[in-house]
Design a protein around this ligand. Sequence first.
Ligand code: ZN
Length: 81
Amino acid sequence: MEFTLRNHSQRTHMSRLPMYATTDNSTVFHLVIRNGEYTVCGLRIPRLRSGQALHLVKETVGSQSLCKHCERISKSEDAES
Ligand SMILES: [Zn+2]
C-alpha cells in the first residue's frame, strides 16, 4: 500500500477537507490532522498567519515535497488500520 504523492491533487478519500501546512520559503509541506492545529509529525500550527510560520494551505506547490516524518507516520497509520 503506497502513498502516491503524484495523485495528491486528484480527488482522494481526503477530499472533504484537503489541508496541508507549509511555510512560504519551505520546500516541504506537512499533512494536517483533523482539527487543523497540528501537523501529522507533531508541529503546532499557529493561529496567526505569517509567511515565516506554518500556515494551512489547500493546495501545495509542485516543487514542494511531503515532510518525511509526515509521510512515515501516515504510512504506518495506514498499515495499522
Ligand atoms: Zn511533517
